[in-house]
Design a protein. Structure first.
Length: 319
């Protein structure tokens, strides 16, 4: 009996030691996470998935058929391409807004994009060259330059869509809470696109689903208050949204509702668990839908419906 008790005590002690080691390891991991910047957490989420994706693209001989995966980053770069170490422009923002386009048209493989950190810097350098914030008391605004050397920033997606919504949010913030500021991130619902900049093939998208399902992690890390999908009402992009915002990812798309004054085929408000406000409307380059012309006036009718709904809820979501 005594011998058994000793053996049991030894086993208990061993289990406790292992449990303590496990707890200590978890504490160390948690501490490291607290000490890491948000950008470092984001890069750590990307790296293993990126490497896994790249390995399979190269092994199966289809790397040349796609552009590099679209990765985000929030460390500010100067216009000349130098790191500043500043990510507070985003982390300290009172309102965080994320825009989703469809896929990237101009990115391209190079030495920098052969590693995940390089793709992150590619995004951050684009922001450094094109994203501007103005707040001198009398004048306030956030916008993407439309006269830079970057062809991408001249597209309707930035010049009309992002700049239009950002200007509308800034106007409403000034009215409701002038001491608060917003930060804006550009994302794409498809992380891969074809080599010529069109939407990824079915095969390429399967690689993304299997090896680079990162959007739920981006949402968890960057925690946007508002998401606006400029993906239109194409079934393919709706499927992409559901792949990333569903029960499996932790952000289920549980329904949608219409906004006053606009048709549900033009704008819908999405009820996504964990996201305070989410909307979907046409891609800014869309000019015709179902025999209907979408001109400037019609587009702003859609945008104002979204902006007015955001304004109505600013008191609930502003930090």
């Amino acid at each position: 009996m005594v011998r058994r008790r000793i053996k049991f005590d030894e086993i208990t002690r061993k289990n406790n030691d292992e449990r303590n080691k496990s707890l200590s390891l978890q504490l160390i991991i948690n501490l490291k996470r607290k000490l890491m910047t948000v950008n470092e957490v984001l890069c750590n989420a990307y790296e293993p998935r990126f490497n896994n994706l790249l390995e399979h693209l190269e092994k199966d001989g289809i790397k040349s058929q796609v552009q590099p995966p679209f990765l985000l980053g929030i460390e500010r770069f100067t216009e000349e391409g130098n790191k500043t170490g500043n990510e507070e422009w985003y982390t300290n923002a009172n309102l965080k807004v994320m825009f989703f386009g469809r896929e990237t048209h101009i990115w391209g493989w190079d030495e920098e994009s052969s590693v995940s950190d390089g793709c992150v810097e590619q995004y951050e350098k684009f922001y450094g060259r094109n994203y501007r914030e103005v707040n001198d008391g009398n004048k306030r605004g956030v916008f993407f330059l439309v006269d830079s050397e970057d062809k991408l920033s001249k597209t309707p997606f930035f010049a009309t869509g992002l700049n239009g919504i950002m200007s509308g949010i800034e106007e409403r913030l000034k009215e409701v809470c002038p001491d608060k500021h917003a930060a804006y991130l550009w994302n794409n619902i498809s992380k891969l696109s074809s080599a010529n900049g069109t939407s990824a093939s079915t095969t390429a998208h399967e690689y993304e689903k299997k090896y680079f399902h990162v959007i739920p992690s981006e949402i968890n890390i960057l925690k946007p208050d508002v998401i606006i999908f400029f993906t239109g009402f194409d079934a393919k992009y709706d499927e992409y949204i559901n792949e990333n915002f569903n029960d499996e990812s932790g952000y289920p798309l549980i329904g949608s509702e219409t906004l006053q004054g606009v048709d549900e085929s033009d704008v819908v408000k999405l009820n996504i668990k964990g996201i305070p406000l989410a909307y979907k409307t046409h891609h800014p380059q869309t000019t015709h839908v179902n025999n209907k012309t979408i001109d400037g006036a019609e587009r702003w009718k859609h945008y104002n419906a979204i902006l007015d709904d955001i304004k109505a809820h600013l008191g609930e979501i502003i930090k």
